[in-house]
Design a protein around this ligand. Structure first.
Ligand code: MN
Length: 446
């Protein structure tokens, strides 16, 4: 597990003034990576600091970085940087923190030429994602969804033994702000024995998730033991796993989700590193009495005591009418990543446990992050209980959801914008944020 060092000192301030604003997601204690361009298509790697981004290619070309970091920092994607060793990643963070700290010897004039306002750049998917796997790690989400579709048997017998996942589609992972086109697909026959139909998805949904990127990978045929898993984690981001529930319902058995999910997956631009998250590690989810202990390859003392990450997550929605009327986005739910039944180390270890090779830049997403109460549910399916007025949870007044314009929602309408945000906060350290993950639903293309 990564140790706390001077880069986490909450009293540390930057010469970039906006980073010292207590509300900033990007104080000097965070230093998340992103990939951006300024309109010319020339992609660069940057570090978020306050409301600015500092160009790492520029810093490398000015001779401000050690030789071993020049090539990865001049790249147009994060993969080479993700492939550095754990100690090298810590060394680079410490170097960047020293360059950005408020001090008399930092050459601010030279570095200021490498700053861009975050508002003035376009963000890109931060690395070449060769594989994307999505999990199902919230027992609350799994139980909610299971009880809608299999009321007598909500949680399948494997759930408490293996982190359940499916292989997603890497090519349709898009950056925050990319429009999401409503998919068209097959739906179950309206009556038994009838034919399926094909039309635009009506039950379009979002899933609030957290993603993580693989750092160094493993050779085909080798595994990643649980006590080595943390070294293979690079950093985390926000993920919206858009889902067409009507397509999903017809296609998902027996091999899992397919076209109901592969039309788009949105990621936030910032990759918050595991180093930045070190002060926010938490115990793994407390399994209730009677739940089985996972098999040995998925357990370690360190994973039990520090395998969790305390990230607070929020979702809000803004309809086209709300934006036209100048109304703020409507808060839908708030939850915590400590609600997850499986840790990210267990997910990674399990993924490689059959000898499957993971590669730097592979994306894994947690699955919908839902907590025990209604206001902690991470999808529309759960919030409106599949649009069912008989929502069994107390406080069913929001089935369907009512927006401030009087509009109602059971699922997403064209023009709806979904906004995910996340941050880590505790009493000892500086608050750090993930920024936002946004996407707006566009009409189907017939
Ligand atoms: Mn998902």
């Amino acid at each position: 597990m990564i140790s706390i060092d001077f880069t986490h000192d909450p009293s540390r301030e930057s010469w970039v003034d906006s980073a010292n604003d207590p509300g900033s997601d990007f104080p000097i204690q965070n230093l998340p990576y992103a990939v951006f361009h300024t309109g010319d298509g020339d992609q660069r790697i940057g570090i978020g600091i306050g409301n600015q981004i500092i160009d790492l290619r520029y810093l490398a070309e000015q001779g401000l970085l050690l030789d071993e970091f020049v090539s990865p920092c001049r790249s147009d994607v994060l993969n080479e940087l993700m492939a550095l060793s754990g100690p090298q990643r810590i060394q680079l963070r410490q170097l960047l923190s020293k360059l950005l700290v408020r001090s008399t010897d930092a050459d601010q004039v030279l570095m200021k030429a490498g700053l861009r306002s975050q508002d003035s750049v376009e963000f890109c998917v931060p690395c070449r994602i060769q594989d994307y796997t999505d999990f199902y790690a919230s027992i609350f989400h799994a139980t909610n969804v299971g009880s809608m579709f299999r009321p007598n048997n909500p949680l399948l017998p494997n759930y408490k033994h293996i982190p359940i996942g499916y292989h997603g589609r890497a090519s349709s992972v898009v950056i925050s702000g990319t429009e999401v086109i409503r998919p068209i697909g097959q739906k179950a026959p309206a009556e038994e024995g009838g034919l399926p139909t094909r039309s635009p998805a009506v039950l379009l949904d979002y899933e609030l998730e957290v993603g993580f990127f693989v750092a160094q990978g493993n050779e085909l045929g080798s595994t990643i033991p649980i006590d080595k898993a943390e070294e293979h984690l690079f950093g985390m981001c926000l993920v919206n796993d858009w889902s067409a529930r009507d397509l999903q319902k017809w296609e998902y058995q027996p091999l899992g989700p397919f076209l109901a999910k592969s039309f788009a997956t949105t990621v936030s631009p910032w990759v918050v590193t595991m180093e930045a998250l070190a002060p926010f590690r938490a115990a793994e989810y407390h399994r209730p009495e009677g739940d089985p202990k996972p098999l040995d390859y998925l357990t370690s003392d360190e994973n039990s005591s520090k395998g969790g990450v305390d990230i607070q997550l929020k979702v809000s929605l803004s309809s086209q009418q709300m934006r036209e009327k100048g109304l703020p986005a409507e808060h839908l739910s708030q939850t915590r990543f400590t609600n997850m039944y499986w840790t990210i180390a267990q997910i990674l270890t399990h993924h490689a446990s059959n000898g499957c090779n993971l590669q730097p830049g592979d994306l894994m997403a947690s699955g919908t992050v839902s907590g025990p109460s209604r206001d902690q549910r991470g999808s529309m399916l759960e919030l409106t209980w599949n649009g069912d007025a008989n929502n069994p949870t107390p406080g069913t007044d929001r089935t369907p959801l009512r927006l401030p314009t009087g509009e109602e929602r059971k699922f997403l309408a064209d023009g709806d914008e979904l906004i995910l945000s996340g941050f880590c906060e505790n009493s000892e350290y500086r608050r750090i944020g993930f920024g936002q993950c946004r996407g707006t639903v566009q009409p189907a293309r017939r």
